[in-house]
Design a protein around this ligand. Structure first.
Ligand code: SF4
Ligand code: SF4
Length: 355
């Protein structure tokens, strides 16, 4: 197998001293428990492919796709080895060698055809202000919520402007389809009305991904906008008096170093926060990232159940989070627990407190 993409990560693979500090918080290792399930084992498999000591196989592909790109391993690694980026490169080599599942292909074909992950036409609510706002596929599909989040920004004085969106291309990048990613990147870039101006992103994955893969664009996270503006509206905030626990989305806490702001917002709206044993930068992943929902949906579901159980144990009535994919995965998992906990986006809570 050609390893053109992995080759670019040869140095990084050599930096890894195989110490296994990255084991501890890996949600996949915690669930499956074998060496190739953890970050170190995956690094060894990638290295074996690169050197040719290992032949590609369905098993190796399965292991390299069983990762939610949660970045916990990077946090724990003293050498900051970028395991998710190494795996993305290994996946690209495997993809080009034909290791692609039907479920993965279906998703990529859907985006190529419809410009979003849902295979249907999705239109953003029509707002014609000045500040460009990107909702992202998952929120575009929830039209009422999209409208609510735009109204939240409007309440805080932002004159929002929506546009005809196309997917940011993240699924192509994480599933290893480099050509598809390049094509989608061009489509995405040209849907943004003014590429020199800042775009407020409501979706956590979009904002993290745009900052990483589109250096020419200026992506601002909606939470930063809210944190800046909320103090001027302090007297309008209704205290909600609810007990919540907060799930830190990987891209927010580890990816964008944002741990305090959501907690501060919860305090502002009068929510009592009961933390789960793992939180902040050590928060356990819900399993929704890295393409796991299409690469191994059962594993993604199990990781979400683990997180929901931890949330229920806090005694909170609401599990709140910010990422629409975490929300989706956690909501599905929570259905199994007979209404013991409700999953609500933090933006909904802020909206309610401002109403
Ligand atoms: S990725 Fe980092 S923590 Fe994990 S085995 Fe390699 S050097 Fe150790
Ligand atoms: S990114 Fe997360 S799931 Fe993937 S190997 Fe690292 S800790 Fe495990």
């Amino acid at each position: 197998m050609k390893t053109n993409h992995l080759k670019e990560w040869e140095n990084e693979l050599n930096i890894c001293i195989r110490c296994a500090y990255c084991f501890e918080g890996c949600p996949v290792f915690k669930e499956l428990g074998w060496e190739p399930d953890g970050a170190r084992g995956k690094a060894v498999l990638a290295y074996g492919l690169l050197t040719g000591e290992l032949e590609p196989s369905e098993y190796i592909a399965e292991k390299l796709f069983q990762c939610s790109f949660c970045r916990d391993c990077i946090e724990r690694c003293s050498a900051n080895v970028e395991i998710p980026d190494i795996l993305a490169a290994a996946r690209a080599d495997l993809f080009e060698a034909g290791y692609v599942k039907d479920s993965q292909k279906r998703l990529l074909d859907t985006i190529e055809k419809s410009g979003n992950i849902f295979d249907k036409e999705l239109e953003a609510p029509n707002y014609k202000g000045e500040k460009q706002v990107l909702l992202g596929c998952r929120l575009l599909e929830r039209k009422d919520d999209s409208k609510k989040y735009l109204d939240l920004l409007e309440k805080l004085g932002v004159k929002t402007k929506t546009f005809n969106e196309s997917c940011c291309g993240m699924p192509f990048a994480v599933l290893g389809d480099k050509k598809g990613f390049k094509a989608q990147q061009d489509k995405f870039r040209y849907t943004i009305p003014d590429r020199k101006e800042e775009v407020i992103c409501v979706c956590t994955t979009c904002v993290f991904f745009i900052r990483k893969k589109y250096p020419d664009l200026k992506a601002k996270y909606i939470i930063d906008e809210i944190v800046e503006r909320l103090p001027q509206y302090k007297d309008k905030i209704k205290k909600l008096g609810i007990k919540v626990t907060y799930h830190d989305p990987c891209n927010v806490a580890r990816g964008m170093d944002m741990v305090d702001e959501p907690r501060m917002l919860l305090r502002e709206i009068g929510a009592e926060l009961i933390e789960m044993p793992t939180n902040g930068k050590q928060a356990e992943c819900c399993g929704g990232g890295g393409g796991l929902l299409v690469s191994d949906d059962k594993l993604a579901e199990k990781l979400a159940e683990n997180r929901v159980e931890q949330a229920i144990e806090t005694g909170a009535e609401i599990l709140t989070t910010l990422c629409p994919t975490c929300e989706f995965n956690l909501k599905n998992a929570a259905e199994k627990y007979n209404g013991k906990i409700e999953i609500v986006n933090l933006l909904d809570l802020i909206y309610e407190a401002l109403n």
